[in-house]
Design a protein around this ligand. Structure first.
Ligand SMILES: [Ca+2]
Ligand SMILES: [Ca+2]
Ligand SMILES: [Ca+2]
Length: 282
C-alpha cells in the first residue's frame, strides 16, 4: 500500500505541471532601439492609413473592449492559430474575442484577470481620472509585404492608468511568418505608469518582463521620433522534444522477486530512479 500511495503522489505531481501549449517565448528588451525590422518607418503620431477600432469615438467614461479585428495573415500564438483580436482600454490585446470581463488593474503575469491568449502591452488600469481625452483612439495598420508583414495595433494619445499618464503611444506588433510579437513603447507624456508587459497563454502560464507590474513608460520621456522607441521582443520556440517536465513512462519494480523488510528496491522511471525501503513494520 505504501508503494501504491508513493507512486500515485509522484504521478499526480507530474501531471499538474504538464503544459498543453506547443510553444513558448524567449523575451528580450532593448531601449532606444527603433522600430523592429525597420518595416514601419513612420514617426509615432501619424494617422494616415490607420483604422480605429476603439468601441467609442471620443471621450470614454468607462473601461470597455473594442470591436473585433481580423488578422490579415496566418498567425500563431503559443503555437495556437489565432484569427482575430480585440483590445481593452488598459493596454491588453486578447485573441479570445468572446471574453466578457475586463482586465482591470494590472498585476504580474500569469494573471487571473486576463483572458486566455492575451498580450499585456504595458497593461495598466483604466484612467483613474475619466473620461479619456476625446482624441484617444486605438488604431491598426499593416506594414511591409507578404510573407514578412507586420500588423501594428497602436494606442494613440491614450490617457491611461493609475496613476494616470495623460497620453501614451504604444503598440503591439504581430509579425507574419516569424510569429514574433513586439511591444513598442513609442511616445509618452511622462516617464510614469506602473504597467505589466508579457504574453499569457492562460491563468497558469505566461512569459513576462520580471519588472511587471511596475514598468514605467520611457525614461527619459519618449518623443515622436522612432529612434527613442523601446522594444520588447517575444520570439517563439517549440516545446516539442522538451523533457521538462519528464515523462515518467511505465513504473517497473526491480527486482520482481519478493522483498524482505528493510531491503532497498529500485523503481526505474526512464531516467529517474527512485529508491524505496520497505519499513520493517510494513
Ligand atoms: Ca518615439
Ligand atoms: Ca498600474
Ligand atoms: Ca526610449
Amino acid at each position: 500500500m505504501l508503494r501504491v500511495l508513493f507512486l500515485l503522489i509522484f504521478f499526480l505531481g507530474i501531471n499538474e505541471s504538464v503544459l498543453s501549449q506547443s510553444e513558448s517565448y524567449n523575451m528580450t528588451f532593448a531601449a532606444n532601439s527603433g522600430n523592429p525590422g525597420s518595416i514601419n518607418t513612420e514617426t509615432d503620431a501619424l494617422t494616415a492609413g490607420w483604422t480605429s477600432i476603439t468601441g467609442t469615438v471620443g471621450a470614454i467614461n468607462a473601461d470597455q473592449w473594442s470591436s473585433n479585428v481580423t488578422i490579415p495573415f496566418a498567425f500563431n500564438f503559443f503555437g495556437t492559430a489565432v484569427t482575430s483580436f480585440k483590445v481593452s482600454q488598459g493596454g491588453v490585446l486578447t485573441f479570445t474575442t468572446g471574453a466578457v470581463s475586463l482586465p482591470g488593474a494590472n498585476t504580474a503575469l500569469p494573471a487571473s484577470g486576463l483572458p486566455d491568449l492575451s498580450i499585456a502591452m504595458m497593461w495598466d488600469d483604466f484612467t483613474n481620472t475619466p473620461p479619456t481625452g476625446s482624441g484617444d483612439q486605438v488604431y491598426y495598420k499593416t506594414f511591409g509585404t507578404a510573407p514578412n508583414r507586420q500588423l501594428w495595433v497602436r494606442y494613440f494619445s491614450f490617457e491611461m492608468g493609475n496613476p494616470t499618464v495623460s497620453f501614451v503611444y504604444m503598440s503591439a506588433v504581430l509579425e507574419e511568418t516569424s510569429n514574433k510579437i513586439y511591444v513598442v513603447d513609442q511616445y509618452n507624456a511622462s516617464a510614469l505608469g506602473t504597467t505589466s508587459v508579457g504574453v499569457q497563454y492562460n491563468g497558469s502560464f505566461a512569459v513576462q518582463d520580471a519588472a511587471s507590474p511596475s514598468i514605467t513608460h520611457g525614461s527619459p520621456t519618449n518623443g515622436t521620433s522612432i529612434a527613442d522607441n523601446d522594444v520588447w521582443t517575444f520570439t517563439p520556440f517549440s516545446l516539442s522534444g522538451c523533457i521538462d517536465p519528464p515523462t515518467p513512462g511505465t513504473a517497473e519494480i526491480l527486482p520482481l522477486t519478493p522483498v524482505c523488510p528493510g531491503t532497498m528496491v529500485g523503481f526505474n522511471l526512464l531516467e529517474i530512479v527512485l529508491d524505496w525501503v520497505k519499513p520493517m513494520s510494513g
